[in-house]
Design a protein around this ligand. Structure first.
Ligand code: HEC
Ligand code: HEC
Ligand code: HEC
Length: 280
């Protein structure tokens, strides 16, 4: 069948279905058991859970490679590690103990002794399904809940008043100031615009001081709040004093994309999802 025609057919057959799916689709996220929290920072010194998972993946790979190479000694070494880490899932999170299929590993170890490598591969595929079935339900929610940056406890200190404010409040204030600049410029109220700009620059400075709650180095702050911001805001100031609303509009836009939108792309979505999943 030629390609355009095939695509046309697909459209014909597929589209009513697509609409149906779009219309009432609902996505649910299952939260992992609370005992998982112990295996993540800050409750733990390291993200123990995640590192166990990385080991499991490596062990699965070693097992299938040594089974293919017919290397029984190395195969058994890695099977034993796989068994230990796999069973540790149930020790770390007792609620998940019943989901585990430890008997598969018992059988695999026996087969490794006897040289039944084909059967072993089939059992390993089954084990892989047990990994997948848990991942399907919990992988995304656990990553968001325990590893997305947590802004709920970050405070921004005002250099002027020494008061500490929550992130959400600081953000509302930034939005208000940005819009005040736009409105004032449109209506030729330069003084109001400049005062809002002064305030905005001070608050961005305060915000920048809070990055160190999570970033030990200056480079992230520089990337989002560095010189290019001062450059665009400098142009906004010029525009305001010259009464040039067009220039103000262009450079406020540049600033909003470079600073607000860029930082949101990295932090906000994750932060919002984390709070959604952390809500009592
Ligand atoms: C009972 C639940 C459960 C079982 C069984 C399980 N996992 Fe996981 N796994 C998780 C959760 C929860 C995460 C998400 C962790 C995170 O992102 O912080 C995860 C994440 C992972 C990751 C990281 C994925 C990534 O994002 O890069 C790997 C690799 C992994 N698991 C491998 C395995 C393997 C291999 C097995 C089976 C041998 C397995 N897991 C069995 C719950 C499970
Ligand atoms: C609550 C913790 C937290 C705070 C506060 C925070 N960040 Fe981040 N930020 C992260 C995490 C986590 C990442 C992802 C890091 C990674 O995966 O390497 C990140 C990534 C970034 C990146 C991506 C670049 C990179 O590869 O490191 C930039 C840029 C950045 N942050 C800027 C900032 C700025 C600017 C501030 C302050 C205004 C800030 N961050 C405050 C947690 C935070
Ligand atoms: C650290 C990087 C960062 C920068 C830079 C940043 N934001 Fe945010 N913003 C966030 C995070 C994180 C949240 C979610 C915070 C929360 O809900 O606690 C957020 C939330 C918001 C919200 C929603 C507030 C609420 O209560 O729901 C608004 C509005 C907002 N930001 C506006 C702005 C504007 C305008 C700028 C630029 C002048 C800006 N932000 C710059 C990280 C940033």
């Amino acid at each position: 069948m030629n390609r355009p025609f095939f695509l046309f057919l697909l459209l014909l057959i597929g589209s009513p279905n697509l609409f149906a799916v779009e219309k009432d689709r609902e996505v649910t996220l299952q939260l992992p058991p609370a005992s998982l929290e112990k295996w993540y920072k800050p409750a733990n010194k390291r993200d123990v859970w995640l590192h166990t998972m990385f080991r499991l993946r490596r062990e699965m790979q070693a097992v299938s490679e040594y089974a293919a190479l017919e290397e029984p000694k190395l195969l058994k070494k890695w099977l034993a590690r796989l068994q230990k880490d796999y069973l540790s899932i149930g020790e770390m999170v007792p609620e998940w103990r019943d989901e585990l299929e430890g008997e598969l590993l018992e059988k695999m170890l026996k087969l490794a002794d006897k040289g039944g490598l084909e059967d072993l591969a089939a059992l390993q595929r089954k084990l892989g399904k047990s990994c997948q079935s848990c991942h399907k339900e919990y992988k995304l929610s656990a990553a968001l809940r325990y590893r997305a940056p947590d802004f709920s406890s970050v405070r921004v200190e005002s250099e002027e008043t020494m008061e500490e404010e929550k992130y959400g409040r600081v953000m509302s204030r930034l939005t208000l100031l940005v819009n005040r600049i736009k409105i004032a410029s449109e209506d030729g109220r330069a003084d109001t615009g400049v005062a809002a700009l002064d305030d905005l620059q001070q608050r961005l400075h305060d915000l920048g001081e809070s990055c160190s709650a999570c970033h030990k180095e200056e480079q992230q702050r520089e990337r989002v709040l560095g010189k290019s911001v001062q450059d665009s805001l400098g142009k906004v100031r010029e525009g305001l004093t010259a009464g040039d609303a067009k220039q103000v509009g262009r450079h406020v836009g540049e600033f909003a994309v470079g600073v607000c939108a860029n930082c949101h792309a990295i932090h906000r979505l994750q932060s919002d999802l984390r709070s959604l999943l952390s809500a009592e």
